[in-house]
Write a protein that binds this ligand. Structure first.
Ligand code: PDD
Length: 285
């Protein structure tokens, strides 16, 4: 089936979908993005994703190019035209096209908007979750504003590649003090031997994951003990369970960190249950 992309007001066949060479996203990675899960053709937690998008844009002083309502219509049209049932939608907004100059372009320069969507292999993801994934740790060498979901992802790209070359699915960034910040495209969690579910507090050191936000509600609703605090890689090695969260992976059990088995080396019971229960709490529209 031919794919369709939304580019600056038009729905284009995949081969014709392009942005200008002087787009500031291309020149300076001067833009932001969102990834939203699609399930049964519906957007999951759209409201929270669009609120984060607005925040990312405002932190970078990029104007919101259209109303949230219009954006919601475009997103649904992209899902429909690509016949996405279970998958993801990708949304990118940059500061627009202008002659290359680091400082902001003239007021009135229109931000560029791109929306794409694709199906994911849900059964394949379930098979991966049933086995669990491996993680390696890498030094966190990112800037201090990773709370902005910007398309500047070089350290994340290098970290994910390091993970892949080590036979792992994800890389966890570790800060100068030895604390895990987050994954290259996921938030990081452990379950301690005492059964406490732990994840790092949101400050400027991590992205406030939407899956993370909703999962905290699930954890609280189930009466589990939850602690928002930093943890080291050493603590994670000795944890009962570990897992990662993101819009595309939901809750993914981690069974190995830096080659060491976590718990009994199989996906954790809590992580598996949280994965199963997540969508009962997520908003679907
Ligand atoms: N990644 N941390 C980072 C650095 C991320 O890039 C992401 C999302 C998350 C999890 O956020 P959420 O739960 O809102 O997906 C945490 C997306 C999926 C990506 O880059 O593809």
């Amino acid at each position: 089936m031919s794919r369709i992309a939304y580019v600056n007001g038009r729905y284009l066949p995949w081969r014709e979908a392009a942005v200008h060479i002087e787009d500031r996203g291309y020149q300076f990675s001067d833009g932001v993005y969102e990834v939203c899960e699609v399930r049964g053709g519906r957007l999951i937690d759209e409201r929270l994703h669009l609120a984060r998008l607005e925040r990312s844009l405002s932190e970078l002083r990029i104007a919101m190019p259209m109303s949230l309502k219009a954006l919601g219509i475009v997103m649904r049209e992209v899902i429909r035209r690509n016949r996405v049932g279970d998958g993801i939608i990708y949304l990118q907004i940059t500061r627009g096209v202008a002659r290359r100059d680091h400082a902001f372009p003239a007021a009135g320069t229109m931000p560029s908007v791109v929306v794409t969507a694709r199906n994911l292999d849900l059964a394949g993801n379930e098979r991966i979750a049933a086995e669990g994934v491996a993680v390696v740790t890498v030094p966190d060498n990112r800037w201090e504003r990773v709370d902005i979901k910007s398309v500047s992802l070089l350290p994340n790209v290098l970290a994910k590649q390091a993970a892949r070359e080590a036979g792992a699915k994800e890389a966890w960034f570790v800060d100068r003090k030895g604390f895990v910040t987050e994954g290259s495209s996921t938030n990081a969690w452990i379950v301690t031997r005492e059964g406490e579910v732990v994840t790092r507090p949101v400050d400027n050191g991590i992205l406030r994951g939407i899956t993370r936000t909703v999962l905290i509600e699930v954890i609280k609703a189930q009466g589990l003990t939850f602690k928002e605090r930093a943890f080291t890689a050493e603590e994670a090695y000795g944890a009962r369970e570990a897992f990662i969260t993101s819009a595309s992976m939901i809750v993914m059990p981690v069974v190995r960190i830096d080659g060491r088995p976590i718990g009994n080396g199989a996906p954790g019971l809590l992580a598996t249950a949280l994965r199963r229960d997540f969508h009962r709490h997520a908003e679907s529209a």
